[in-house]
Write a protein that binds this ligand. Structure first.
Ligand code: IDP
Ligand code: MG
Length: 160
């Protein structure tokens, strides 16, 4: 029964996850990384980084015409961010679930935004919205040599 569809749902993907300046300033880095780590995804890139304005504008270029765009760029460049590349089966959609709704007041308890934030303009974390954007964003934020392929010893205990 549609085995090719089932197979395509099990693709290994990569997601760009970023702890925004408020998450760093509020001391939430460990908590946030821990949630993806415990879920079972693989960390293949990690750095703390002061984002230049041009990179923030490129990252959020789809939102260029929004009234909140200048404030968004100001927010993202207001202090260091923590850039992460996470890999795993279904990591893009799963990370979005772990992160929760864009507006933290609407995000479910148990999600990062639901537990740790109150305002859309201070929602502590970014996660790619598609596997294509995951690849695009990781290429945008990381140099090739900064990404590390590795095999976790727990892999056979996570995936049959
Ligand atoms: P997402 O981060 O949940 O994918 P997007 O709609 O892609 O949400 O928006 C990107 C980011 O822009 C949000 O995470 C938030 O920081 C900011 N943003 C979105 N909508 C608003 C708004 O109405 N006011 C202020 N900031 C916003
Ligand atoms: Mg988005």
């Amino acid at each position: 029964f549609l085995p090719h569809l089932v197979a395509s749902l099990e693709q290994v993907e990569q997601s760009y996850i970023m702890i925004k300046p408020d998450g760093v300033q509020r001391g939430l880095v460990g908590d946030i990384i821990s949630r993806f780590e415990k879920k079972g995804f693989k960390l293949i890139g990690l750095k703390i980084f002061q984002c230049p304005k041009e990179l923030a504008e490129e990252h959020y270029k789809d939102l260029q015409s929004k009234p909140f765009f200048p404030k968004l760029i100001e927010y993202i460049t207001s202090g260091p961010v923590v850039c992460m590349a996470w890999e795993g089966v279904g990591v893009v959609a799963s990370a979005r679930k772990l992160i929760g709704a864009t507006n933290p007041l609407q995000a479910e308890p148990g999600t990062i935004r639901g537990d740790l934030a109150v305002q859309t303009g201070r929602n502590v974390v970014h996660g790619s919205d598609s596997p294509e954007n995951g690849k695009r964003e990781i290429a945008l934020w990381f140099e090739e040599g900064e990404l590390v392929p590795w095999t976790p010893v727990q892999e056979p205990w996570l995936r049959e």
